[in-house]
Write a protein that binds this ligand. Structure first.
Ligand SMILES: OC[C@H]1O[C@H](O[C@H]2O[C@H](CO)[C@@H](O)[C@H](O)[C@H]2O)[C@H](O)[C@@H](O)[C@@H]1O
Length: 187
């Protein structure tokens, strides 16, 4: 479920008080020790107290997403892309109350603050993967999108529940064309 629905007034307080510089941080956080309902109840109980500190409350009860950036001056652009594929390739292991939409196969994420895949980014990622002979990964990502069409009737903006109300430019058919160039789909 989307974090605004899970956390209600706590979500609003965190975002409106700009507890994190990036408004995406809390959306991608997962509860550390309690269920969302229990965290909400605790927030309602503790919030009116004069000593209540919202930042401490959030840090105590949530695990924040990891956002790592890799810069390597000595790599050529080809080496950079090639070496980054493994670091940007992820899977969704089901985590209760995470905002991730689980998909069955590995996928490539943009990186940095974006730890989920994006619909139209994936097409351009596939062009790069084709140059790196990562055909299995291309086919896996196409299968993920087919899975989303089957289960959600469309491909959302990215695989997060807070993206389930919108999509991106429709690249699925171009992706299927592209996979004709990979071994699995060659005639
Ligand atoms: O936080 C800014 C925006 O971030 C996302 O969109 C941008 O990054 C995406 C991933 O690379 C890319 O697909 C999209 O074209 C970019 O605009 C997010 O999807 C937006 O909702 C958000 O405003």
């Amino acid at each position: 479920q989307s974090p605004d629905k899970l956390y209600g007034e706590l979500f609003q307080a965190v975002q409106l008080n700009r507890i994190f510089p990036d408004s995406k941080t809390f959306c991608d956080a997962i509860p550390r020790d309690l269920t969302p309902n229990a965290i909400r109840d605790l927030y309602r109980e503790e919030n009116p107290q004069p000593t209540f500190n919202l930042t401490s409350f959030v840090l105590n009860h949530f695990i924040l997403p990891n956002t790592t950036t890799i810069v390597h001056d000595k790599w050529t652009i080809e080496q950079h892309c090639h070496n980054l594929w493994p670091l940007l390739t992820r899977t969704t292991k089901h985590v209760t109350f995470s905002s991730f939409i689980d998909v069955p196969h590995p996928f490539v994420v943009p990186g940095g603050r974006f730890g989920e895949f994006y619909y139209w980014d994936t097409y351009f990622t596939m062009l790069g993967l084709l140059r790196s002979n990562q055909n299995d990964l291309i086919n896996n990502m196409l299968e993920n999108f087919a899975f989303l069409i089957r289960n959600m009737t469309f491909i959302p903006n990215g695989n997060r529940y807070y993206y389930e109300g919108r999509s991106q430019p429709p690249y699925f058919s171009l992706m299927t064309e592209l996979t004709k160039q990979t071994d699995k789909y060659k005639d």
